[in-house]
Design a protein around this ligand. Sequence first.
Ligand SMILES: Nc1ncnc2c1ncn2[C@@H]1O[C@H](COP(=O)(O)OP(=O)(O)OP(=O)(O)O)[C@@H](O)[C@H]1O
Ligand SMILES: [Mg+2]
Length: 455
Amino acid sequence: MAVLIADDDSAVRALLRNVLGRAGYVTIEASDGKAAIAELSKGPIDVVLTDLMMPLADGFEVLRRSLELQPSTPVIMLTAEGSIRDCVEAMRAGAFNFLSKPFHPKDLQEVIDRAVRTRGSARGGPRSEPIDTEEGRPQVALIGDSPALRKVIDLVERVARTNATVLITGESGTGKEVVARLLHGSSGRTAGPFVAVNCGAIPENLVESELFGHAKGAFTGATEARLGKFVQAHGGTLFLDEIGELVLSMQVKLLRVLQEREVTPIGDHRSRSVDVRIIAATNVDLEREVSQGRFRQDLFYRLEILPVQLPALRERLEDIPLLVRHFVDAANRRLGKSVEIGEDAMAVIKLYGWPGNVRELENLIERLVILSSTNKVRAADLPERVRCDQAASAVASAASQLAGGSIDLAATLAAFEASLIEQALRQAKGNRTHAAEALGISRTTLVDKLKRREL
Ligand SMILES: Nc1ncnc2c1ncn2[C@@H]1O[C@H](COP(=O)(O)OP(=O)(O)OP(=O)(O)O)[C@@H](O)[C@H]1O
Ligand SMILES: [Mg+2]
């Protein structure tokens, strides 16, 4: 059995060579993508293990060529830890699986063994993708039914048709961009463009030209005239994301444009009038920025005509089941799987504090679906950070939810109980007698509870 190892890091290659050698595999090495592709065209390879970032040709190119040259050879991608997007993209492009670096030799062995077993059983090239093929952006929807989110949805519906400037605030990952797209999509401007600018991601000296454009030869390097984002968004919506990051000098210029609705490209003397609806978003407290002199008060008032405040996920825990279902369905569809989240896992998920909000939940679910080898995700499959410190976060999140309105005491207690039972069982390595002792209940009571909850 020949395994092709493609990685530009010789230490990683050595590690893979050792582990695989010990397991009885013959290894072939390539230190860049081109060399890997050359090996693939030389002779049969049983399994390909490839890094993503490599000189000459990257992992995706190796994957693509491998599927062409040796379609029944499983390709396993080595990805950086936490880069769910890469993992998902690799799986969509037809990778057999992926390993996040750093990985445990045991995991490597397991993935390779599984790949070898499937090798030979017909695989038929890359998976076909039924969804996301439609032209344009994916449909956006704001999932959730909590009072807090319903308030937002109502507001969005009411303000969508107006042309008023909207300022969306909320912690990272709460759905500010989703709301912005939704506003655009339900406005009278849907036929026009939706242009998003991340004000925090543009180098300071380029912001002005990015937003307002420049004439040819306006400054060194301006070899071509450029339309700014305002002009690009003409007739549509301009989404100014991370508005709190805009430097003061640009804030003055932006204010003028918002007042006059016309832009002047750098190096041009003619101004141009633009018809743009502005939606701004930020996860910083702009009022505090104003009080500390980092954000102009007049601009703040201009933007804050219609404020939309997105609640943190921990303030609307009751939306979690709906969101989980939505993300599980989407991931299943995309990956051709049928994974479900077990009740025990769900109980833990509901008790976690979700500092990264909906984005963190979405990423977690995607990862769980991709990684699941059985069809049911159990509490034990959840990452440490989610399982850990459940008790403290449970009380804290229930308390903050209660402070913001009301909670369902029975459901909260039930979820709390399920998570402690799960923890006790884990501590007792599955021994129910010991777990019951640790919880101070009889074994029969525990078994009874487990049955009722299908833990
Ligand atoms: N209510 C929701 N329903 C469905 N998906 C959501 C919801 N809220 C957020 N998401 C998803 O969560 C992810 C993060 O959302 P989004 O990019 O809008 O967050 P954000 O508030 O702009 O975060 P940041 O401040 O980090 O830019 C996206 O993939 C989005 O589709
Ligand atoms: Mg955003």
